[in-house]
Design a protein around this ligand. Structure first.
Ligand SMILES: N#[N+]C[C@@H]1[C@@H](O)[C@H](O)[C@@H](O)[C@@H]2O[C@H]12
Length: 447
């Protein structure tokens, strides 16, 4: 049997998100997003860091496309800033903002790089948050109208669209625990925001079917839950954690209902949803984007709100700077789990990467990041193992192309395969970038 390998046409790329890399959040008529507000609220982001400059990608995009070209990237996953396109979230279109993405897409295509576009990567227009944001049911129409503006402008040159990035993080971080914009901590709001995100996803897919000619999907984060013991309390806690993080969005999209554990988790805060909503949510999608970083060995914890479950640190494991266990087999398991539970829908690993401290050697033109090279090698091997077991994985996007704003953690955590000196904006491909370039050139044969 020939050694497991990546299929011909496997799509090798890298990923970023608008607010994390672009900078210039209010340039050329753009409106503020909830993240612009959040970072400018004292005490919410480490070291008072903001996305005002970030990687200055809004101005340096040509340089960054050239770096992608030199690395041999075949695809680039990025997100559109909704409030650049519609400064008030609805109504007036800001054509200067639209032109930025138009030029970026053309430059990518001219360099043989396929654009994968995410419509929403957490940066809701602040003007819509003032109208209730994800708590207002009207947002499904607002989002579909914004999506249609993008489809009409870019569809055809953009052949793979994703509606949302990680809806779980949007609600768990933004509405339940409050660590992310808009910073709410309300167990009654979180389910409503979640449900409206799914409704908006469905409305955007519906809009795409009316105007689009290519593919549209959803990007979810999946963190496989391994029970800490066979103790019934740990087994039940693990089931709750899996339902809350991994199935809360996939079950409605693929089955038209929520996991039964959601009522147990949220209790009186879990509404009775209108059945017609699930017809909207369950629009067929063309692919699923899976963001994988780590696993969680899970046990019962009576004090852990609202899940009554927590992760158990693994003594012999390597952990990244974000406190995540390096566990590549979890990626194989995750891809197999999706196929087992939801069918063999085409999958892209739309994010996978690691934050490790980089040595201060960038000035000499080299950044040695052996831990990130190891992480990349192990996780690409995990993808190959899933493909060898019949999972239809069609691409891999390394997170991230550039060191960037790690949301509330500011610039303290570096995920990039390309080092960014934020004082000078100098880019330096790390050893991981050079390794990834060899992987791409050999279609994974060097692994
Ligand atoms: N934290 N972390 C890294 C990374 C984050 O920077 C992305 O924006 C998210 O889509 C996802 O959480 C993963």
């Amino acid at each position: 049997m020939c050694a497991a390998q990546f299929p011909n046409g496997f799509l090798w790329g890298s990923a970023t998100a608008a607010y994390q890399v672009e900078g210039s959040p209010l340039a050329d008529g753009a409106g503020p997003s909830i993240w612009h507000r959040f970072v400018h609220t004292p005490g919410l982001v480490r070291d008072g860091d903001t996305g005002d400059v970030a990687c200055d990608h809004y101005r340096r995009w040509k340089e960054d496309v050239a770096i992608m070209r030199r690395l041999g990237l075949q695809a680039y996953r990025f997100s559109v800033s909704w409030s650049r396109i519609l400064p008030a979230g609805t109504g007036h279109v800001n054509y200067a903002g639209l032109d930025f993405y138009d030029r970026l897409v053309d430059a990518l295509l001219e360099n043989g790089i396929e654009p994968l576009v995410t419509l929403y990567h957490w940066d809701l227009p602040a003007a819509l948050d003032d109208r209730g944001g994800w708590l207002n049911p009207e947002i499904s129409k607002w989002f579909a109208d914004y999506a249609e503006v993008m489809f009409r402008k870019l569809d055809g040159r953009v052949k793979k669209w994703a509606t949302l990035n990680e809806p779980w993080v949007v609600t768990d971080g933004g509405y339940l625990h409050g660590a992310l914009a808009p910073g709410h901590r309300n167990r009654f709001e979180a389910p409503i925001a979640s449900h409206n995100l799914l409704r908006a996803h469905g409305a955007a897919v519906q809009a795409y079917r009316a105007t689009g000619r290519h593919e549209i999907g959803l990007v979810v984060n999946i963190e496989p839950k391994y029970r800490a013991s066979d103790d019934p309390a740990d087994v039940a806690a693990t089931a709750r954690a899996e339902a809350y993080m991994n199935r809360q969005y996939l079950d409605p999209v693929f089955f038209g209902h929520y996991p039964k554990e959601m009522v147990e988790i949220f209790g009186e805060a879990w509404p009775d949803w209108p059945s017609e909503d699930f017809a909207l949510i369950q629009q067929p999608i063309d692919f699923l984007g899976v963001n994988y970083y780590t696993r969680s060995v899970t046990r019962f914890d009576a004090n852990a709100w609202p899940l009554k479950a927590c992760a158990v640190r693994q003594k012999q494991a390597t952990y990244t700077e974000t406190g995540w266990e390096v566990f590549a087999p979890g990626l194989t398991e995750t891809l197999l789990w999706v196929k087992r539970c939801y069918g063999n829908i085409p999958l892209y690993v739309t994010e996978n990467g690691s934050a490790f401290f980089d040595p201060p050697t960038a000035a000499k033109g080299r950044v040695e990041d052996p831990l990130r090279v190891d992480y990349l090698r192990e996780h690409l091997g995990a993808v190959r193992d899933a493909i060898a077991q019949g999972v239809d994985v069609r691409g891999y996007m390394a997170w991230s192309l550039l060191d960037n704003l790690e949301w509330s953690l500011g610039y303290s955590k570096r995920f990039g395969i390309v080092h960014v000196n934020f004082a000078t904006q100098q880019r330096t491909p790390k050893d991981s970038a050079h390794f990834y370039a060899k992987v791409i050139a050999s279609n994974g044969a060097v692994l």
